[in-house]
Design a protein around this ligand. Structure first.
Ligand SMILES: [Zn+2]
Length: 420
């Protein structure tokens, strides 16, 4: 996982989206962020972000990262020189002279997150805090079966080129989220139900060449899960590991899952994890678009089509119960258009199945809670922006990705596990 294995840099990798400076001009903060390639810098940046406008002192940074004060001073001096950190005033300290506190400069870096849905393309421009500062949405032309991959490229480019950050050089890159399955590491699409023309298309490299900035491609469910993991980590006070282990179940025109295990998005050995919808729960059941029979997706969506939402929720609950039993996760979040049409019915229906299972098993902690995923229709696009932003702060990599002093200080901007 991570940018080291997932980024396709365009020629020169200089930000030139929207007619900005040409290749080679990428000397702004965005390019610098991608070039930092330091785990310790990610730790410092994450604490700076978590501290907000109030800032944090170098001494606190040293205490919380486990780095030496000298190392922290070196990192913060570089971040200030690059415009990524700034003084946020002085704070009285016990006994000594007042300490200078530092804060992140959110506008020093941006990422664009794009959600390619089956009939529309939504793009957001987010700053380093993940705050959305611009948004565009347009149709995916000639929607439905028959949409060629090149049409996706054009639709994405149209929205991206309309979202120019205040300083073009601050753009880290573009994250694109779309229905799976796909190869996250290579940025290549696989056989997506309903879009046979997409199979084998090198979307990441094609877009990187077209846009001239780094591009990361991931499944919509993984992007949403990453965005949720970052938000949950923030709620936990930052510092990583707070996101826990949860599943994001997406029910739209298809059904998929994004899995977060130990704070990190679990993509699996071939980045194909989370194909939740095509688990068979009824042998010899009704045919599914995937070619099998009795899949959760076929049964659930058929119930939705019949107007039997409670039955659809019960089917989804059966699949969720399998997932909870397999992975021992602590939370199930539901999202997607179909859920949004009847959120209470889906939350109650899935909860009931999980509660019945927990009761049968006599689990002391009770059933795993089920909640509506926050973020609404923008959740996937915001998560797609985090494909670029989260690695800068060492987020979305799990607990092991966020420890200082493990002898991996310069192992790369994101976790280097993704190979590449
Ligand atoms: Zn299926």
């Amino acid at each position: 996982m991570g940018v080291s294995g997932g980024v396709g840099a365009g020629p020169g990798a200089g930000a030139r989206v929207g007619g900005g400076p040409g290749p080679g001009a990428g000397t702004g903060a965005g390019a610098n962020l991608l070039a930092l390639r330091s785990h310790n810098t990610a730790l410092v940046l994450d604490l700076l972000r978590g501290a907000g406008a109030g800032g944090i002192s170098r001494l606190e940074l040293a205490e919380r990262t486990g780095l030496t004060p000298q190392a922290v001073s070196k990192i913060t001096a570089r971040l200030r020189a690059q415009g990524l950190a700034a003084e946020a005033g002085r704070r009285a300290s016990t006994g000594g002279k007042p300490r200078t506190v530092l804060r992140l400069v959110p506008g020093a870096g941006h990422a664009i997150g794009v959600h390619v849905d089956r009939d529309e393309v939504r793009a957001v421009l987010a700053d380093l805090n993940g705050t959305v500062v611009g948004e565009r949405c347009g149709p995916l032309d000639a929607a439905g079966p028959g949409v060629g991959a090149q049409a996706v490229v054009e639709a994405v480019a149209r929205q991206v080129e309309g979202l120019v950050p205040p300083v073009a050089e601050s753009l880290l890159g573009v994250g694109v989220a779309l229905p799976g399955p796909l190869d996250h590491r290579g940025g290549v699409l696989r056989r997506v139900t309903g879009f046979p023309e997409w199979e084998g298309f090198p979307l990441r490299d094609t877009l990187a060449r077209r846009l001239g900035v780094p591009v990361v491609v991931d499944k919509d469910t993984n992007a949403a899960a990453l965005g949720l993991a970052v938000a949950r980590g923030d709620d936990d006070g930052g510092g990583g590991g707070g996101a826990g282990s949860f599943a994001y179940l997406h029910v739209g025109t298809g059904i998929g899952a994004g899995l977060v295990i130990g704070g990190g998005v679990h993509r699996g050995a071939r980045t194909g994890a989370g194909e939740f919808g095509h688990q068979v729960i009824q042998l010899d059941g009704p045919p599914c678009e995937c070619g099998d029979r009795g899949c959760v997706e076929a049964l659930c969506l058929a119930a939705v089509a019949r107007g039997e939402t409670e039955e659809a929720a019960r089917v989804l609950g059966a699949g969720a119960a399998n997932l909870v039993g397999l992975l021992d996760i602590e939370l199930v979040l539901l999202g997607g258009r179909t859920v949004a049409a009847a959120p209470d019915v889906f939350v109650a229906g899935v909860s009931a199945v999980l509660a019945a299972r927990a009761h049968r098993e006599g689990l002391p902690a009770g059933a795993v809670p089920v909640r509506l995923a926050p973020g609404g229709e923008r959740a996937v696009a915001e998560g797609a922006a985090q494909l670029l932003l989260a690695p800068v702060f060492g987020r979305g990599e799990g607990r092991e990705g966020l420890r200082a002093g493990r002898g991996t200080a310069e192992r790369g901007l994101p976790a280097g596990r993704g190979g590449g």
